[in-house]
Ligand binder design. Structure first.
Ligand code: KG4
Ligand code: ZN
Length: 348
């Protein structure tokens, strides 16, 4: 059994968790959403200062929830070190390194996206690679072939906006608050997804045809903008926000479902896991869930609290690396960008 304490501060959530193998002992998260709301997005400087303010409190909460009363019971200390906002990453990373040094524990840096993938093991402890992972967050939209610990193949990515970013931008142009995903999800529940025909977005290939797995959401965002302008110019009635939200959400769900199921078929992968903040979306869960059942693909959606940023997923990834004998140097630095295919560069 391996018990890991992990810190996650890559963006606007200050999170600390204790995980024993694939069992969550504590998962403390403090969101900064309200702080950034007036700006309509995350302000890096504000985020990093706030991590500094709250990290100790969240750490204490995670340790007491997990009933960790002695450092003896912790085998390793981990922190997200890439990718993310550099100032924010540095807060959790420096704290984790300090704890590791003071308490003489092995230290492990974790790739944020690998953490998101590991949320699937927390959802189903028996899960084994290979499987397909659709990672849809505020900064990333990727289709990943999970082959093993630290071994990933990127099959598809977004060419422009990430899925979560598209939700946030469309919410803004509909006059809704930040972050847009949860609000659109809620409004879409009362809207008609078939009222407006919005494009899914395709990525053309130089040799002709379309990329089977890559996504593009900027055209969809522009289509919503044009539609809103047209509606505002032609009618005095209030914008049909519920129908717009439902139609937009439906276009995103269709786009992601088509690509994920095509990849599952082409790569002969029987299990698809969906992680990242957008995996909490109820429209996506419904659309993808029923299409996958028809195709005979098993879909796994971790609990929404494990889909959005949290430290339990980071601890779970660190615990697997720990068991494989991987350790990071205390001189490991934060990196704002790092491909998932370079995860093993974090370990000695
Ligand atoms: O994974 P995450 O918490 O942070 C990143 O690593 O980016 O994802 C945040 C993104 C935001 O863009 C937010 O609008 C979106 O996830 N999101 C949702 C929902 N909940 C969060 N998008 C659609 N539906 C939701 N229910
Ligand atoms: Zn994330």
């Amino acid at each position: 059994m391996t018990t890991i304490l992990a810190l996650e501060t890559s963006c606007d959530e200050t999170a600390v968790a204790v995980v024993r193998d694939r069992q969550v002992l504590s998962n403390a998260v403090t969101s900064q959403v309200e702080l950034h709301q007036p700006y309509g997005g995350v302000v890096p400087e504000v985020a990093c200062r706030q991590h500094l303010e709250t990290l100790n409190l969240v750490l204490e909460e995670a340790l007491s929830q997990a009933r960790v009363f002695s450092w003896e019971s912790i085998d390793g200390i981990a922190a997200t070190c890439a990718p993310g906002l550099i100032g924010s990453l540095l807060m959790g990373l420096s704290a984790a390194k300090t704890l590791a040094l003071v308490h003489q524990k092995p230290f492990l840096g974790v790739h944020h996206l690998e953490g998101h993938i590991y949320a699937s093991y927390l959802a189903e402890a028996q899960l084994q690679p290979p499987f397909l992972c659709l990672l849809v967050s505020g900064g990333h939209t990727s289709l990943i072939q999970v082959r093993g610990c630290g071994d990933y193949g990127i099959l598809g990515e977004t060419r422009d906006d990430a899925a979560g970013e598209a939700f946030d931008k469309v919410a803004r142009l509909l006059g809704l608050e930040y972050p847009g995903g949860p609000v659109i999800d809620q409004l879409a529940d009362q809207g008609d997804p078939g009222r407006f025909n919005l494009p899914e977005g395709q990525v053309s290939l130089p040799e002709g045809g379309y990329h089977p797995y890559d996504t593009s959401f900027s055209g969809l965002k522009t289509a919503v903008l044009r539609l809103v302008r047209k509606l505002e110019a032609t009618t005095a009635a209030p914008l049909p926000v519920n129908d717009l939200a439902a139609s937009f959400q439906n276009a995103v769900a269709r786009s992601l479902t088509r690509r994920a199921l095509r990849a599952a078929q082409d790569y002969n992968l029987e299990t698809l896991v969906v992680v990242g903040g957008v995996a909490a979306n109820r429209g996506l869960r419904k659309h993808l869930g029923s299409a996958a059942t028809t195709q005979g693909v098993r879909v796994l959606f971790p609990h929404p609290s494990l889909c959005t940023d949290n430290a339990a997923m980071i601890a779970c990834a660190a615990s697997d690396h720990f068991d494989h004998g991987h350790r990071s140097s205390l001189s490991l630095t934060a990196q704002s960008r790092l491909s998932l295919t370079r995860v093993m560069s974090l370990y000695e």
